[in-house]
Design a protein around this ligand. Structure first.
Ligand SMILES: Nc1nc2c(ncn2[C@@H]2O[C@H](COP(=O)(O)OP(=O)(O)OP(=O)(O)O)[C@@H](O)[C@H]2O)c(=O)[nH]1
Ligand SMILES: [Mg+2]
Length: 457
């Protein structure tokens, strides 16, 4: 039997104990399998209505008192017959019910298989499936909102009309090629072609720019705390995280492994990383820590460079600063609760926003710092509210491909190349947009996308 013809079963709710757990079935035998378990038949009552039942295994033993609901195709999540059994949320009970469903003919679902079936049945396109996956994984309200817009077809709404315009342009081009000798076929001039191509390209270009915002909300930002030893990096991490995560001592070289805390800042899921102080040291363990710090600093979206305001900046501070100066960074002068050693520590004017004075100990200046981080990492509000932004590298790549094909079409038309050339480019651009929506998607691409979903989704 082909995999598509099987009836799949999985728990749709998270593992562990809870008030309720839902076991979901989808496929041609979903109703008969659910019927064997619950004694209910879809014809007993209106569809999509919860009904009480006792769930039994193949030996007739009662496993749980439950509720069941039937969603006849095509009006279901997957587009197939779908049945759900709402059990008490005990993982042992849930497991026995899934096993009983398998004994009755269902097979365990693979990760993302329900969504993949919904995609194949045309219930959603690939960007909508990606939006669904992101909605489940979203770490901030903003990320969830943007994923929801994508799930509801935000990208599709923008892309489908553009692709249609490309296809009608292509029809005109092909007619011009086929009937080049005949007078009554409306030919499209090079100038007209360029004009239409550039209108479509401008729209796509705006869309491409939304990636910056969409990607930030989806993937978050990495903010790395760096500086020499003992300036208060770990204490700052603890302060920002609101809990004692990192070990803080007055001994320089305390932090060796880097550790992180996840905190939302300005709607962006921020991974804040504390590192070993940047300094030359003979201790092999600390040296390894410093090597890792450098590695992690290089991946940062933003570096918080920390100085100790209670002592004048030293040569070591300046050479550590050299290491991060080319990256986006903020300069922080910590320990503002102590008497300042010198104005601005000789770093006045450094960093994108000048120096920020704060105290990891008392919390003074922390609000300011959070606002400054938010300004650096959160995307432009306008870009995010206007439309469902592109969120994934895959989507960005498809739009980039379409754009470069369009720019080739424009050049070909400007140079007066034979009509076949710009026509091939326009066809390629339309193809890239179809790929974006998953209309032509190789199985490996689908495997990668749906394989990253959880089981039961
Ligand atoms: N007065 C004062 N002391 C601070 C402040 N921040 C940190 N300290 C103290 O400075 C010392 C070093 O703090 P840590 O947070 O361990 O410094 P670090 O930069 O992580 O040090 P390494 O891990 O060794 O690189 C500790 O004694 C802290 O209590 C502050 O804002 N004010
Ligand atoms: Mg530390």
């Amino acid at each position: 039997m082909n995999r598509e013809d099987t009836t799949i079963v999985a728990t749709a709710t998270p593992g562990g104990t809870g008030a309720i757990a839902i076991v979901r079935l989808s496929g041609a035998d979903a109703f008969s399998v659910a019927g064997r378990l619950t004694g209910l038949s879809p014809s007993d009552a209106p569809p999509k209505t919860l009904r009480r039942c006792s769930v039994r295994n193949e030996f007739g033993e009662i496993l749980d008192a439950a509720l069941a609901v039937f969603f006849p195709e095509p009006d279901s999540f997957t587009g197939e017959d779908v049945a759900e059994i709402h059990l008490h949320g005990n993982p042992v009970v849930v497991e026995t019910v899934v096993r009983a469903a398998c004994a009755a003919g269902a097979v365990p679902a693979e990760p993302g298989e329900f969504s993949r079936r919904a995609f194949h049945r045309g219930k959603m396109d690939l960007t909508q499936a990606e939006g669904l996956c992101d909605l489940i994984a979203a770490r901030t309200e903003e990320a969830a909102r943007s994923a929801l817009r994508q799930m509801r077809g935000g990208i599709r709404e923008e892309i489908v009309p553009l692709r249609e315009r490309l296809l009608s342009l292509l029809t005109l081009q092909e007619a011009a090629i086929d009937f080049a000798e005949e007078d009554d076929v409306p030919a499209i001039t090079g100038g007209q072609l360029q004009e239409r191509v550039s209108e479509i390209a401008a729209k796509l270009d705006g869309f491409l720019r939304s990636y910056e915002a969409g990607h930030r909300y989806r993937d978050g930002a990495t903010v790395v705390i760096a500086g020499v030893a003992n300036v208060g990096k770990s204490r700052l991490l603890n302060r920002l995280a609101g809990e004692e995560r990192a070990i803080v001592t007055e001994t320089p070289g305390t932090t060796r492994d880097y550790l992180h805390a996840d905190i939302p800042i300005g709607g962006v899921p921020v991974t804040l990383i504390d590192t070993a102080g940047l300094r030359e040291t003979a201790d092999p363990v600390e040296r390894e820590g410093v090597r890792r710090s450098r590695e992690i600093v290089a991946t940062a979206d933003l570096v918080l460079f920390v100085l100790d305001g209670s002592r004048p900046a030293a040569a070591a501070d300046r050479s550590a600063y050299e290491e991060i100066a080319s990256l986006p960074h903020l300069v922080l002068i910590n320990k503002s609760d102590l008497a300042p050693a010198e104005e601005g520590n000789g770093f006045a004017g450094a960093g994108k926003r000048g120096v920020l004075r704060l105290s990891a100990k008392t919390g003074e200046g922390i609000e300011n710092l959070v606002a400054a981080i938010a300004r650096e990492v959160s995307p432009d509000e306008g870009a995010i509210r206007a439309q469902a932004p592109l969120t994934r590298a895959r989507q960005r790549l498809a739009v980039e491909q379409a754009l470069s094909a369009l720019s080739r079409a424009s050049v070909a038309a400007a140079e007066g190349l034979p009509l076949e050339f710009p026509a091939a480019d326009v066809r390629e651009a339309a193809g890239a947009l179809a790929e974006l929506l998953g209309e032509v998607a190789p199985e490996e691409v689908l495997d990668a996308i749906f394989g990253s979903f959880c089981i039961g989704k």
